[in-house]
Design a protein around this ligand. Structure first.
Ligand SMILES: [Zn+2]
Ligand SMILES: [Zn+2]
Length: 589
């Protein structure tokens, strides 16, 4: 088998089918079948190919491990795939290399340790991930959103909002912070509870956990914890913390009568994103009684709550932060008409929950923009860099009306900084000329109609762009950002089951696209790559292919004959060009 000849579409389909069978067998309790299926997933070359593709195309693929090796060319990937394949066929000989430790600064001044395995180890982990993740998904908490397929941090924020939005919703919040979750997880607990059914696989996982770590030439063997930065760590974090929500809810139902004096729904909720979680309860006493249970649950896994960072408070009195957003609940006085229109007035709108990007994050954005503007003198690269950053930032933070408003509010700041930069670069040119040259009016096509805007920062560019008719590069307009009105994700779905998967696939996972034009092309294709059938927003680089002739369009079988451009993964794009070349060569001979 060759990595460069894998038919991606059928490989992905094969894997999905096997994973669906795995989930089915696991739910029926047929562990012998689970074992067989797991082995067949692990030992097949297609899984290896998918894993290699994943580790060599992700954004972290350019960070080498201790051996300094990264796989960027086709030959290197081929070699990597063969190496990984030989490991997964005979896992008993596998010996992971030392993990490189890197420290990155955190916002409170301390440093966070990252552990970077070599690319071979990362690929082996990715193979195991495909075989284990479906089973972990079966036991997942309903309101856990971290590192699960089709679920994002934004879904966690929206879910939390849903739990808090009703005026009579539970109003006490326990904001608990697990102290150094990734560094302290107990290995024995993980190895006991991870769903693998072969001794040799458990040994492989043990070797991964016990892999030596090198930090400034000091080599240590970890007794606890899993290196942040390896592919399998988020999965292990989920393995450790799954069950928390169910345990707390069961306890809350038990305690409902003695504490609240009534039977029924205790209105206790847990929303979790990886190791970050918020617990909502109806009374202070309830949460105080539940807290020791949480501590016991965590102690079993070698974890503890950090006393300094966790707090218990009432939502009407204090705002809190979760995943970079600040949450604030307010009552509204309807004597004042201005706050909510009379039409909207209803029982539900006697209170509002206001979600905004937190002040820390706004400060960070401002600093980053100042840095970018200071460090670039070429305006077209500056605009490209700014667009990249602003687009990603806006995409993450504009999820509700209030937060989108805050995002739009940053537009003036960005524009002002750009204007100052232009003045600095052209000190003698009259301002009127500068304004005409760099900040002209422009007609945008936006939300189905044309809008004319003044003060659009545009710079001439020589870069190649999907639409060549226009040789100007424009600043991404934060002012036009609107909340997408995302629906709450239905809870309790398993991304590896066929029916559930189809439901989840309908929601488009929105990620950062390189430019507005590319995004438009992707949207036309419903964010699906026509070559491999995978989502375009899976973190791989996207390229635009121009269809020069009818032959190509027949080859791709695009339904719309007028489409002249298609967006593809970078890997799929180069594959397609190779196929086209082969095609024409065959015709010649
Ligand atoms: Zn693709
Ligand atoms: Zn092309």
């Amino acid at each position: 088998m060759k990595f460069n000849q894998v038919n991606w579409k059928s490989a992905y389909e094969w894997l999905r089918k096997k994973q669906a069978l795995l989930v089915e067998a696991y739910k029926k309790g047929n562990y012998l079948k689970v074992r067989h299926l797991q082995i067949s997933i692990l030992k097949d070359f297609r899984t290896t190919a998918i894993a290699v593709r994943r580790v060599t195309t992700s954004s972290s693929s350019r960070t080498p491990g201790i051996d300094g090796v990264i796989a960027t060319t086709a030959e290197e990937r081929e070699a990597l795939a063969q190496q990984v394949y030989s490991i997964v066929r005979i896992p008993s000989i596998y010996k992971p290399s030392t993990v490189k430790r890197v420290w990155i600064p955190k916002k409170d001044g301390s440093q966070r340790p990252l552990g970077i395995p070599t690319i071979v180890d990362r690929a082996v982990q990715a193979v195991y991930l495909e075989a284990i993740d479906p089973l972990v998904e079966c036991n997942a908490c309903k309101n856990s959103f971290g590192f699960r397929k089709f679920r994002s941090a934004q879904d966690a924020v929206l879910a939390l909002r849903g739990k808090l939005i009703h005026p009579k919703a539970s109003e006490w919040i326990l904001n608990a912070d697990i102290m150094k979750c990734f560094d302290r997880i107990n290995h024995d607990f993980l190895l006991r509870s991870i769903p693998v059914y072969r001794k040799v696989d458990r040994n492989v996982l043990r070797k991964m956990l016990k892999a030596k770590i090198i930090d400034m030439s000091v080599v240590t063997t970890p007794e606890v914890g899993t290196p942040q930065g390896s592919i399998i760590s988020p999965l292990l974090c989920n393995v450790a913390l799954n069950g928390l929500e169910e345990m707390l809810k069961a306890k809350a139902i038990e305690l409902c009568k003695p504490i609240l004096g009534r039977r029924g729904n205790p209105k206790v909720h847990v929303v979790r994103y990886a190791d970050d979680f918020i617990i909502i309860g109806p009374s202070k006493k309830m949460l105080k009684v539940l807290r020791p249970h949480i501590e016991n649950f965590l102690a079993e896994r070698g974890l503890e709550i950090s006393k300094a960072k966790s707090s218990l408070f009432n939502i009407w009195e204090q705002e809190f932060e979760f995943l970079g957003f600040s949450f604030n609940k307010k009552r509204f006085n309807y004597k004042k008409r201005s706050e909510v229109s009379w039409v909207k007035r209803s029982y539900k709108s006697t209170s509002r929950i206001i979600i905004k990007p937190s002040d820390d994050n706004l400060g960070k954005l401002k600093n980053k923009i100042r840095d970018l503007i200071r460090s670039h003198t070429d305006l077209s690269t500056l605009v490209l860099k700014l667009n990249d950053y602003l687009r990603g930032w806006a995409m993450y933070f504009a999820i509700t009306g209030d937060s989108a408003e805050r995002v739009r509010g940053m537009h003036r700041f960005v524009l002002r900084q750009c204007w100052d930069k232009v003045l600095k670069l052209h000190p003698v040119t009259p301002r009127k000329t500068l304004r005409k040259r760099f900040f002209p009016r422009h007609r945008f096509y936006q939300l189905g109609r044309y809008v004319e805007r003044s003060w659009v920062f545009s710079v001439p560019t020589k870069l190649e762009r999907p639409s060549m008719s226009d040789a100007k590069l424009r600043l991404f307009n934060l002012d036009s950002v609107r909340a997408p009105g995302k629906a709450l994700i239905p809870t309790g779905l398993n991304a590896y089951e066929k029916a559930d998967r189809e439901r989840l696939e309908k929601r488009i996972l929105y990620t950062n696209f390189p430019s507005g034009t590319v995004e438009k092309i992707c949207r036309r294709q419903k964010f699906i790559c026509p070559v491999c059938g995978q989502s375009l927003s899976n973190g791989e680089n996207i390229e635009v292919h121009h269809l020069p002739s009818l032959k190509d369009s027949r080859l791709l079988a695009t339904p719309n004959a007028q489409v002249k451009t298609v967006a593809l993964h970078k890997l799929c794009h180069s594959r397609m060009h190779k196929d086209l070349q082969n095609c024409s060569e065959n015709q010649r001979f």
